[in-house]
Design a protein around this ligand. Structure first.
Ligand code: ADP
Ligand code: MG
Length: 453
C-alpha cells in the first residue's frame, strides 16, 4: 500500500497494463487520442490522468471513468479511483511536494484474475445484508471441500461478491500456500474453452481446471446460453466435486434464475450452500465508508462518513464513487475534507458560490491580479489591458453572483446588458481554446474560494 499512500509517479509498466486493459475492454469508447493520455500521479488510491484538452477530459469523465477504474484496479491489484485533468487544471494545482517511488503492483502474469490486495476479509464489512455469504466464505477457508460445496454466492452488481471471492483466495493461500487454487472470471473460462476447442488442446484445458484444490469462478451468469461450455463445465464440476475439491461460484442471480442454463447445472449449483448478498443498510454503509477510507490511507471525519452513507443508498461501489467525489472536491479546491465539501460534492446543497460573493470582491481579486484600478474598470477606456480584466470581472460576476446582466453592466460604468453578454461569451470561448486563460480563471476562482465551474 505504501506506493499508493504517498504521491507517486506512475510506473511505466503499470500504465502500459492499464492502457492494454482499456484497449481490450473499451470497445467503442476508445478514441485515437487515448494514446496521448498521460498518467500524472497516484495518491490516496486516486490515479490522475491528464487529457490533451478540455473536450477530451469531459469525454473521459462522462464515458470512460468506469473503464479506467477497472483497468487501474486490474493493473495495480489495488482499489483505485481515477480522475481526469486537462493541462489547465494542472497548471492551477500546487506543485507536488515530493516525487516518490513507483506504484507497487501485484505481479501475477497470466490471465487468471490477479488478486486485488485490498479485497481481504479484514477489509470486508460483514452486516445483515451479507452475513451468510461472509460466514460461508470463512467456513470454506477453514475446511475447503467439506463444509459447503459448492458455495454459490449471488447478488446484484457492486455488492461485494468479487471482493469475497478474492478474500477467500487470499485466506486459502495464507493458510495453505502449497494448495492449488484457481480463480477466474467465467468469461475467461469460456474464452479458454473456445480457444482449446479451436486449437485442439482440450486435454490441456481439462488438466488445468480439473487438477486444482479449489476452483473459484466469478460471474457464472456468463454460462447462460453457452451450451458447449456448460457441458464442459458440468464435467469439470463433477470431477472436482467427486474428488471433494471445493467449488465456489458467484452470480448476479440465484441458480434457478439464470436464463438458458441446463437443469443439471441449476441443480448442482444448489447442492451446497446458496448465499445471497443484499444491499447494505445504513449502519453497514457507514462501516463500509469508514473502512474504505482507511484502506485508501485517509481518515474521514465522522459527520462526513455519516453524510456519505446517508446520501447514497445503493451498492458499495456507488458509495465508493461518492467518497471519491468528496475527496476530489476537497483536493480541487485545496480545502480540508469536511461536511460542507461533502455536501457540495454530492450535490445536496448549491455550492456556496452563488450565495455570498460580491462584485466588489471580484473586482478586488481581478485588479490585484492585473494591476489595474477599480476606476479603470468602471471607466470608458477600451484598451486591451483594461478591457480584458473588465471582461473577466463580468464573466466572474455572471458565474458567481445572482446579478442580472443589467446589474453587472451597471457596476462597470453603466454598460448595457449586451456588453456584459458579449464579455461573457468572449471569455467562455477563450477559456475553451486557450489553456492559459482557463488556468488563470481557475486561479481566480480559487482566490475567491470557489470551485472553478
Ligand atoms: P460485485 O462483484 O458483487 O459486483 P465487488 O466485489 O466488485 O462487487 O464490490 C464492489 C466494491 O464495493 C468493491 O470495491 C468492494 O470492495 C466494495 N464492497 C462491497 N461490499 C463491501 C463490504 N461489505 N465491505 C467492504 N467493501 C465492500
Ligand atoms: Mg464482481
Amino acid at each position: 500500500m505504501e506506493g499508493l499512500e504517498t504521491l507517486a509517479t506512475v510506473d511505466t509498466a503499470v500504465w502500459q497494463r492499464i492502457t492494454q486493459h482499456v484497449i481490450a475492454h473499451g470497445g467503442n469508447l476508445i478514441r485515437p487520442w487515448f494514446v496521448d493520455l498521460d498518467p500524472i500521479a497516484m495518491e490516496h488510491g486516486l490515479l490522475e490522468i491528464q487529457a490533451p484538452g478540455l473536450t477530451e477530459k469531459d469525454y473521459l469523465q462522462k464515458h470512460a471513468t468506469g473503464l479506467f477504474i477497472d483497468a487501474a484496479q486490474t493493473a495495480t491489484g489495488h482499489l483505485v479511483s481515477v480522475c481526469f485533468l486537462a493541462e489547465a487544471d494542472r497548471a492551477a494545482r500546487p506543485a507536488p511536494s515530493q516525487a516518490a517511488s513507483p506504484v507497487a503492483v501485484s505481479a501475477e502474469g497470466d490471465d487468471e484474475a490477479p488478486l486485488n490486495d485490498d479485497y481481504t476479509f479484514a477489509n470486508f464489512v460483514a452486516g445483515p445484508c451479507n452475513r451468510l455469504a461472509h460466514a460461508a466464505c470463512q467456513a470454506v477457508c477453514e475446511s475447503p471441500g467439506i463444509s459447503y460445496n459448492p458455495l454459490f454466492i449471488h447478488g446484484d452488481v457492486g455488492l461485494g461478491k468479487t471482493h469475497l471471492l478474492h478474500a477467500v483466495c487470499h485466506e486459502l493461500k495464507r493458510r495453505r500456500p502449497e494448495g492449488r487454487y484457481c480463480m477466474l472470471s467465467c468469461e475467461t473460462f469460456v474464452n479458454h474453452f473456445i480457444q482449446a476447442v479451436e486449437t485442439g488442446q482440450l486435454s490441456q484445458f481439462r488438466y488445468r481446471y480439473r487438477h486444482v484444490d479449489v476452483l473459484i469462478i466469478d460471474d457464472v451468469q456468463f454460462l447462460s446460453d453457452r451450451e458447449q461450455t456448460q457441458e464442459e463445465f458440468h464435467h469439470t464440476f463433477n470431477v472436482l466435486y467427486q474428488a471433494r475439491k471445493q467449488i465456489i461460484l458467484s452470480c448476479d442471480r440465484g441458480p434457478a434464475q439464470i436464463p438458458h442454463l441446463e437443469q443439471r447445472l441449476v441443480s448442482r449449483f444448489s447442492w451446497g450452500m446458496v448465499a445471497p448478498v443484499d444491499p447494505p443498510g445504513y449502519e453497514t454503509r457507514v462501516a463500509i465508508v469508514r473502512k474504505k477510507s482507511r484502506v485508501r490511507g485517509f481518515e474521514l471525519p465522522d459527520d462526513v462518513v455519516r453524510f456519505v452513507a446517508g446520501s447514497i443508498d445503493s451498492n458499495p461501489r456507488v458509495l465508493e464513487g461518492a467518497m471519491t467525489r468528496v475527496v476530489m472536491q476537497a483536493r480541487a479546491q485545496d480545502r480540508p475534507i469536511d461536511l460542507s465539501v461533502a455536501e457540495e460534492a454530492l450535490g445536496s446543497v448549491e455550492p456556496q458560490v452563488r450565495r455570498e460573493i460580491t462584485i466588489d470582491q471580484i473586482m478586488d481579486v481581478v485588479t490585484g491580479r492585473f494591476n489595474v484600478r477599480v476606476a479603470d474598470l468602471q471607466s470608458k477606456k477600451r484598451t486591451r489591458s483594461i478591457a480584458f480584466p473588465r471582461q473577466l470581472c463580468m464573466y466572474l460576476a455572471r458565474q458567481l453572483t445572482r446579478h442580472s446582466l443589467e446589474e453587472v453592466g451597471g457596476y462597470f460604468g453603466g454598460r448595457d446588458h449586451t456588453t456584459v453578454l458579449h464579455a461573457n461569451r468572449t471569455i467562455e470561448a477563450l477559456r475553451k481554446r486557450d489553456a492559459e486563460v482557463n488556468a488563470l480563471l481557475i486561479q481566480l476562482f480559487k482566490q475567491l474560494k470557489r470551485p472553478s465551474l
